[in-house]
Design a protein around this ligand. Sequence first.
Ligand SMILES: *[C@@H]1O[C@H](CO)[C@@H](O)[C@H](O)[C@H]1NC(C)=O
Ligand SMILES: *[C@@H]1O[C@H](CO)[C@@H](O)[C@H](O)[C@H]1NC(C)=O
Ligand SMILES: *[C@@H]1O[C@H](CO)[C@@H](O)[C@H](O)[C@H]1NC(C)=O
Ligand SMILES: *[C@@H]1O[C@H](CO)[C@@H](O)[C@H](O)[C@H]1NC(C)=O
Length: 310
Amino acid sequence: MRLLLAIFEGIVFRTVLAMCPESDHWGGWWGYDGYSSGPTRWGDNEDWTICKSGKHQSPINIEPHKILFDPHLQPLQLEATAISGLFRNNKKDLTFLVNGQGVGVNITSGPLSYRYRLYQIKLHFGRENQSGSEHTVDGRGYDGELHFMAYNTELYANYTEAQTSPRGIAIVAVFLTIGKFDHSAFKILQERFFVIDKQDTCTDIQNFPLADLLPKSIEHFITYSGSLTQPGCRESVTWVILNKPIHISQQQLDDLRTVPYQEWRDSNARPIMPLNNRTIRTNINFRKRSRLCSMDVSKKYQANEDLLRR
Ligand SMILES: *[C@@H]1O[C@H](CO)[C@@H](O)[C@H](O)[C@H]1NC(C)=O
Ligand SMILES: *[C@@H]1O[C@H](CO)[C@@H](O)[C@H](O)[C@H]1NC(C)=O
Ligand SMILES: *[C@@H]1O[C@H](CO)[C@@H](O)[C@H](O)[C@H]1NC(C)=O
Ligand SMILES: *[C@@H]1O[C@H](CO)[C@@H](O)[C@H](O)[C@H]1NC(C)=O
């Protein structure tokens, strides 16, 4: 029986594992802890000096009293069709590489002046409660953070080119937090955690319900200009951090925390980088008051209560 099971599992696993695309040649060098390869050393690589010297780096801590209400910010548009692609354990994080063929998922409006196309979704997480998100709000982290990464298709041929170019990348960030129930879309990923349990392995996922991985409302967000949070830390990113988190169950979080072959100790979140006087804007006018001109509104804008409510 056991032998039969082993054979059966062998067949199943062989069919769900897929070939990974080749990593870039620096892929193995950097990490999240350790004196010689941790985040403080990323900038030592000559291609990545901006990790160290850049003034518009990410992630940041979002201080609610510094967020400005911008009445001209439109709601974000994301055409969430089903997606297919490769789900990869690359040792640093888990990444869903969206299949480049087909019409593509467009992200527009909000703070974006161009059309961006989704190319990958990255999962950042940690071992402890309220650690694992890259951005923090008022000094507090969440249990994880999903990055829906898109590149500017109006100006650039592919994300490699877009990463190093002005207005090249848009990242929609969604915080992960714990809830009472299993999250149905997250479950599809969760079921694969222990398939991609070897170093740098991939599995094929078809017709993934992207819309279900996003919060029900994506209308409200905060936005700022920053960088990629992994090397080369390019400052080509428009960040859109959604106001609403998604909720996964304790079991789902436990499974995420114990994904094998993640090469970091506490979390794969880059430490907080200085804001350096950048403006953080929002389209949430939580103190909506008529008869005020917009300048007054922005001066009066205060913390986004939704982000603060835990
Ligand atoms: C995204 O935009 C492109 C260019 O306008 C379009 O061809 C494509 O159909 C759009 N994708 C979806 C899912 O509508
Ligand atoms: C983390 O959260 C879980 C569920 O909310 C709780 O059972 C556990 O005690 C927490 N762990 C710590 C170290 O606070
Ligand atoms: C990306 O586009 C650039 C410019 O068109 C091209 O030189 C490069 O080969 C492309 N890279 C990939 C990975 O397709
Ligand atoms: C931020 O702004 C203050 C006041 O305008 C200025 O003194 C300071 O040098 C600025 N800091 C950076 C890093 O730009």
